[in-house]
Design a protein around this ligand. Structure first.
Ligand SMILES: [Mn+2]
Length: 347
């Protein structure tokens, strides 16, 4: 934790303490980090007698439904929620690097002049549209920042009261999913230390693992099988790319939210440094997703394609039909990998 951040905790703590009615949200297509962080914070705030609501830009995918046991996840709708949001004195936003990923809620918060507080670890210029922010790109997950805040906010004698079952479940989910179960190259000593502390506080790692990773459907496996059949190698085996077509999704009866984690299978190939998934979402639109093992930086490439993300995990939406998107994106990616090889950053 850097010292600049340490000094910020007291300011942030003051802002949260003063607020009475608080909106909690995360990015569209929420992941385990965003959802886990907001669930932990929600339960913490309830314990502080705050009035709060989780209002997200889109629905929860099925692997995170176990987190909704004692909390209602609502999809933000201006007609239903704007009067409640208007009365809120703070919106806390988790894991959002790009303000536009808040969709309509982001626009409404701006219109209503609601102060926003961002907890985030994506690389981007700050304040990036937010009023206040806790921003640390060295954190493995946004959940790490939430955990550090809660430890700052409460005396250690109160830990057993603060870190309830719901809070630790949320935090562990955030940490586990963003580190790929402690396998990705953002896994560090702090992540393992936090995991150990959460286990000591009562979280059951296997229960969380099962809920997130062992709750898939046979439809998902069928879609995975057809996607894996398209894997191709480029750049002497350093790039592996594959596609998911609308037809595959249809014939497997799976849904797009079930494709998370597909790249993890492809990255198990020896020698592969970058995995590129191209997902046909519309007749003129493809979602592009990059995962790098840590030698090739693909964040700038994703930004060039109009998207964003981290150096080693990023994505973009490309407005092209599938065949053109494949040609355009694969050739661009090959060029980027080759230039990083030739400038010596990749052997
Ligand atoms: Mn994250």
């Amino acid at each position: 934790m850097n010292t600049q951040l340490d000094r910020k905790w007291d300011v942030i703590h003051g802002i949260i303490s003063e607020a009475q009615q608080i909106v909690l949200t995360t990015h569209v297509n929420p992941d385990g980090d965003g959802v886990g962080s907001q669930v932990a914070f929600y339960h913490y705030l309830l314990g502080q007698q705050k009035e709060c609501r989780i209002l997200n830009p889109s629905s929860l995918s099925h692997e995170y439904e176990f987190l909704s046991e004692n909390v209602k996840f609502e999809i933000y709708d201006s007609l239903i929620h704007s009067s409640w949001v208007m009365n809120a004195d703070l919106a806390i936003i988790f894991d959002v690097g790009d303000y536009s990923r808040l969709n309509q809620l982001g626009k409404d918060l701006k219109l209503m002049n609601t102060p926003t507080l961002s907890f985030d670890h994506h690389p981007h210029p700050i304040p990036n549209g937010f009023t206040y922010f806790i921003h640390d790109i060295s954190a493995s997950a946004t959940g790490v920042l939430v955990y550090n805040y809660l430890k700052y906010a409460m005396p250690s004698s109160e830990y057993n009261k603060v870190f309830t079952r719901d809070v630790v479940k949320g935090l562990y989910t955030a940490l586990m999913t963003d580190t790929g179960s402690f396998r990705f190259n953002n896994t560090n000593a702090e992540a393992h230390k936090m995991a150990g502390e959460l286990i000591a506080l009562g979280v059951n790692p296997y229960e969380i693992y099962q809920n997130v990773y062992e709750s898939g459907s046979i439809k998902r496996i069928r879609l995975l099988a057809s996607a894996l059949a398209t894997v191709q190698l480029d750049c002497n085996g350093k790039l592996a790319w594959f596609v998911i077509t609308k037809k595959m999704v249809k014939s497997s009866h799976a849904t797009y939210d079930e494709i998370s984690g597909f790249s993890d299978y492809v990255r198990t190939i020896h020698g592969v440094e970058v995995v590129l998934m191209i997902n046909e979402v519309g007749s003129n639109q493809c979602r592009v997703n990059y995962r790098s093992k840590g030698k090739v930086r693909i964040g700038d490439l994703a930004r060039e394609l109009g998207g964003g993300g981290h150096d080693f995990a990023a994505g973009a939406t490309v407005e092209l039909p599938l065949d053109q998107a494949v040609e355009y994106v694969v050739s661009k990616t090959v060029r980027v990998i080759k230039s990083q090889i030739s400038n010596g950053s990749l052997k």
